[in-house]
Design a binder for this molecule. Structure first.
Ligand code: GDP
Length: 366
């Protein structure tokens, strides 16, 4: 991306900020289409389809932008990329901080890229929301994979609601697929609501856990366990190897009691060491098995269609919400009603219905 910026081959786009023209428009008028296309949706689409990661990255920035002028071009890019999307295996990876997600993704990813596959990693960064710090801004994460020409790593701020994260990340997946990535990983930290959102946009969900914490389910809600197609007990190395094996067996027994949610697939528990590259190949194998089984029995496509339906509803909810809160009358009344709720002068239900009445232009009965 940096390289492209220096060369002026792609416009610089920041979230919420209009991109300044990277090249003098008069120069473009004189020198034809080649650079001009970079300002149009077609230019982005061409760049994405030709596998230009800098342009893909800029397009994702447009998708993440809240500015209406960015939304218009982002939607056009998306619509044009859509026919070229859908061909990857979409994998969600979650686990508490320290479980070894980035180490795992790097080791896992290098196996894929070495075998000629192209891998995109979209990492949702919730820390910018909670603590102001950004774990994903840490430059030491996935260094080798970051330098691999068959890999694309993209941290995305999760600013806003989990619904917002979902719609933007889903759209980013589609762009990555159009760019030719055959595996797309969506990474999230297993501490919040984002897992449910991520589960609804991937084909396969991997939960990374640690053994030897006393309680194997520590910090992980049963709901997240139920979402997992494979649970990997990471750091199964050194003194921890036996503990990991033990945890693997007790978790597999626990999972066997859960109802089968994805037809034909019983969630597997595997042990691995991301650091020492042990057991990773088995996990790649399990994902391959999952894809094979679910493609054969039709669940793979069925799940994607069901996810598309969810996406439609999410999009409607997000659009309605944006329209509601951008409404001038609502903005004027909102602060006053919030104060009234705090002072106990009005119930939140009543305040909400007053705002909704105004938004929908409903008359009050006298
Ligand atoms: P994340 O927060 O889930 O992304 O976890 P990281 O990948 O940053 O790993 C957290 C720490 O655990 C780092 O110090 C890693 O070197 C270490 N780690 C990750 N995987 C393994 C593993 O398989 N074995 C051991 N012993 N350490 C690991």
């Amino acid at each position: 991306m940096e390289k492209a910026k220096k060369e002026g081959t792609a416009p610089a786009v920041r979230e919420g900020v209009s991109p300044p023209p990277a090249v003098n428009p008069e120069f473009l008028a004189r020198h034809g289409r080649k650079k001009k296309r970079l300002f149009s949706a077609d230019g982005y689409v061409e760049g994405i389809l030709s596998g230009n990661n800098a342009i893909l990255s800029e397009a994702i920035t447009l998708i993440e932008s809240n500015l209406p002028e960015h939304t218009a071009i982002a939607q056009e890019i998306l619509a044009k990329c859509l026919p070229h999307s859908g061909k990857s295996v979409r994998i969600g990876i979650t686990g508490i901080p320290g479980a070894g997600k980035s180490t795992f993704i790097e080791t896992f990813g290098l196996h894929l890229t070495r075998s000629g596959k192209k891998l995109a990693v979209l990492a949702i960064d919730p820390s910018s929301q909670n603590s102001g710090g950004s774990i994903l801004g840490d430059k030491t994460r996935m260094q080798k994979l970051g330098a691999d020409s068959n890999a694309f790593i993209r941290p995305s701020p999760s600013a806003g609601t989990p619904g917002g994260v979902a719609s933007r990340t889903r759209e980013s997946i589609l762009l990555c697929e159009a760019a030719g990535f055959d595996t797309v990983i969506v990474e999230t930290v297993g501490v919040g609501q984002s897992e449910t959102a991520v589960r609804s946009m991937v084909d396969f969900f991997l939960l990374l856990m640690l053994a030897g914490t006393g309680d194997e389910l520590q910090g992980i809600k049963r709901g997240i366990m139920e979402m997992a197609d494979v649970v990997a007990i990471n750091k199964a190395d050194g003194d921890n190897t036996a503990k990991a094996e033990l945890a693997k067996h007790s978790l597999q027994n626990a999972l066997n009691l859960f109802p089968v949610i994805r037809p034909g697939w019983h969630p597997r528990v595997l042990a691995c060491s991301a650091l020492e590259d042990r057991g990773i190949v088995d996990i790649i194998g399990a994902i391959g098995d999952f894809v094979k089984v679910t493609r054969k029995n039709g669940f793979f496509d069925e799940q994607r269609k069901a996810q598309d339906v969810i996406r439609m509803h999410d999009t409607i909810i997000e659009a309605l919400k944006n329209s509601f809160y951008r409404n001038e009358k609502i903005s004027e009344m909102k602060g006053f009603l919030e104060a009234q709720i705090r002072e106990g002068k009005i119930t939140s239900f009543k305040a909400a219905s007053e705002l909704l009445d105004v938004y929908f232009g409903r008359q009050k009965d006298c």
